[in-house]
Design a protein. Structure first.
Length: 364
């Protein structure tokens, strides 16, 4: 089947299909769950409760539940396998993770256990599935050995990791490749029922993120409380993108992987166009302008090492998968600020409005 990312193809790929999501209570997981609900998928989620008292999952599930939700730890191999096998998914999206760089310095063992062993647990459970299933493991743009030069990393570049978070995600990629080679290998002439790919996305922004030590929650919390925004690394450059862009990439990858596994196995980068990559300072100044008030100062406190420059090469996703980012830097920031400006009681409705607005963009 020819690779396509037309939205009607994606819609039909997930209509009435069973989708298992780990980390469905998180920021990206909640948005993904909401998209799949619009696509009429049957969803089962496996995750811990949201860490933060303010969280998108609670907003979205305040009246009608969007999925069958199992609140449990990804490190429990037996429970995870039981839930996956009994559900019998057509698709698995693995997003459950310890996602914070600064937290990983404080709790390295937890970070390694969740991000490496948790990934292995998902992949090992797949060995016990008898039906066809496409598996997308979400890692990170930080899996690359970052030399912090003006270079956009490609999928076949060297893996590495300075901090525990980055190292854990690079290690997860090695685990993914090992399972794919050892248990789901197409080179022996027998097509396995499980097809696995990994997705490496840049820094995502969007409504509903309140995680500690992330730039958007820090900015919004300061603005809402009329406090000065404190920024640590004003000149750090990241491949910022609105959360809906990589999520639609994950869905396009999963749909194509399900139909043509030989062509779509492997690692895939999802990020913005190169002209839409910008610094922390630019991000803060643009949000303040859209918010209508606010000010910031640069912290003089030294923190643990964080990369100053990181870019992704997205040519493979553009040219092979046919995916492309739909929201440029201006729109990504505007959509994010618009979400946080909504009254609390309107945010669930506005989330689905933004999803529909994104789906209606006629670019594919």
């Amino acid at each position: 089947m020819e690779n396509v990312v037309a939205q009607n193809f994606i819609f039909e790929s997930f209509r009435n299909k069973k989708v298992f999501i780990t980390g469905h209570t998180g920021f990206k997981g909640s948005w993904l769950m909401s998209i799949l609900k619009k696509f009429d998928a049957e969803i089962k989620g496996f995750s811990l409760n949201p860490i933060d008292s303010k969280n998108l999952f609670s907003i979205l599930n305040n009246d009608v539940l969007l999925c069958d939700s199992v609140i449990h730890d990804i490190r429990d191999e037996n429970k995870l396998q039981e839930e996956i096998v009994n559900f019998g998914p057509d698709f698995i999206f693995h997003l459950a993770a310890q996602p914070l760089v600064r937290y990983s310095y404080q709790y390295p063992l937890e970070t390694f256990q969740v991000n490496i062993v948790g990934t292995a647990n998902v992949l090992n459970a797949c060995r016990h599935l008898s039906k066809k299933c496409a598996v997308i493991i979400i890692t990170s743009d930080k899996v690359y050995k970052n030399i912090e030069q003006d270079y956009a990393y490609k999928e076949d570049d060297r893996l590495g990791g300075y901090d525990p978070y980055s190292a854990s995600k690079a290690s997860a990629e090695i685990v993914i490749d090992s399972y794919r080679s050892s248990y789901f290998n197409m080179e022996n002439g027998v097509k396995p029922n499980i097809a696995i790919s990994s997705a490496r996305a840049g820094n995502v922004i969007g409504g509903g993120d309140w995680a500690k030590d992330r730039i958007i929650p820090d900015i919004i919390n300061a603005l809402e409380n009329r406090k000065e925004i404190i920024i640590r690394n004003p000149n750090s450059v990241r491949p910022w993108q609105h959360v809906l862009d990589p999520l639609m990439g994950y869905l396009a990858l999963a749909a194509n992987l399900y139909n043509n596994p030989e062509k779509f196995l492997g690692a895939w980068n999802f990020g913005p166009y190169s002209q839409d990559t910008f610094s922390v300072r630019e991000l803060v100044e643009r949000i303040i302008k859209l918010w209508g008030e606010g000010n910031y100062k640069i912290s003089d406190q030294e923190g643990p090492h964080e990369a100053k420059l990181l870019k992704l090469n997205i040519d493979k996703s553009l040219n092979v998968l046919g995916w492309k980012p739909l929201l440029n830097d201006e729109k990504s920031i505007e959509w994010t600020v618009d979400w946080y400006k909504q009254p609390l009681g309107k945010r669930k409705e506005f989330t689905f409005q933004q999803i529909q607005k994104f789906i209606d963009i006629e670019i594919y």
